[in-house]
Design a binder for this molecule. Sequence first.
Ligand code: CTP
Length: 409
Amino acid sequence: MRIYKVGGAVRDRLLGKPVTDIDWVVVGATTEEMLAKGFRPVGADFPVFLHPKSGEEYALARTERKSGRGYGGFTFHASPEVTLEEDLIRRDLTINAMAEDDQQNLTDPYHGQRDLEARLLRHVSPAFAEDPLRVLRVARFAARYAALGFTVAPETLELMRQLSESGELEALTPERSWKEISRALMEDQPQVFVEVLRACGALKVLMPEVDALFGVPQPPAHHPEIDTGTHTLSVLQQAALHKQPLTVRWACLLHDLGKGLTPEEEWPRHIAHEFKGLKLIKAVNERFKVPRDCQELALLVGEYHTHGHRALELKPSTLLELLQSFDIYRRPQRFEEFIAACEMDARGRKGLEERSYPQADYLRGAATAARSVAVQPLLEKGFKGPELGEAIKRERLKALKAYKEAAST
Ligand code: CTP
């Protein structure tokens, strides 16, 4: 039995990046031998085991053959005869298809090291097409390593294009897709993920609502970059630069979907795009079974981001409606995330990246003013039930009027 480190651990060590989890491949062993050594099997069908002490993954060298559509359609062949080279050839990228023994001797039959140096994300073999998730993986790696100068090899992009056209992407489960999307959004250059998906035609399949934003103009006075797709990518880039959490990044990606629905005669204006976009945001959220906090923020940012920008001009009653919609009393964090998404939207415009955003502090101040209304005195005055609700609202409105006046003097 011979054991090798494979995949990301080898790649990241050669790149001088920190290695977090290590995957191992075991050549020349049977399931029985692994079990006898105390390894714990991971799923019934996969020849993958967990090390009894470290908990790291050890996979028997295997060949995979696709026997049907979608992720279920795999047959595995693992046997002691499968060689390391046969195992490596079925992997996605050459830079992920290197192995290392315990002396750090590299096995690199598909020239991963050469591609690391050339900064190329290149598929190993036609077996790439056996798992359509790899289209998303490559886009994610492109986002992660963009700062190092990596690009997708033209022949790999072509294969990704064919896979996207073939209808295979539709067979991906929402869970697998979301895992890639969410990881990609948390990379330093998440906009590259979207760009690569667009370049190979996968964006049109996965998120046609985002794809539709490219080629849609906006008024140059507010949007010097003009194109809505370009703007969306810049907003995402700003979100990453400002280290925003996943909720904010997801909301940034979807905030302007409504602009893709504007009839051309109305361009470059987008009347009521905030409201029109909601059904599209909902559809994307549902398509990938997006976690609730991301879903909610995307919808709220979609509906109210223009309110955020106009915060200083809003009437106290509109301001109060905004604060109520966010349930700022019980969900203070969510309102902060809304403010952050609005700020990223304001900065994700050509030449305006460094602009100040006084709306942010103004909105925070308004939330503080509304929250400062004490309920106890109203209870003491005898208000109950719906009347109490109305009385609280009146007091909050008063507080917001005073806040707005104080802010404008
Ligand atoms: N792999 C693959 N195709 C996939 C998933 C994984 O070929 N759809 C192979 C690659 O060789 C990869 C290895 O399995 O390097 C381990 O996969 P995973 O742990 O998902 O990714 P890493 O490459 O370790 O990358 P990350 O740093 O993103 O975890």
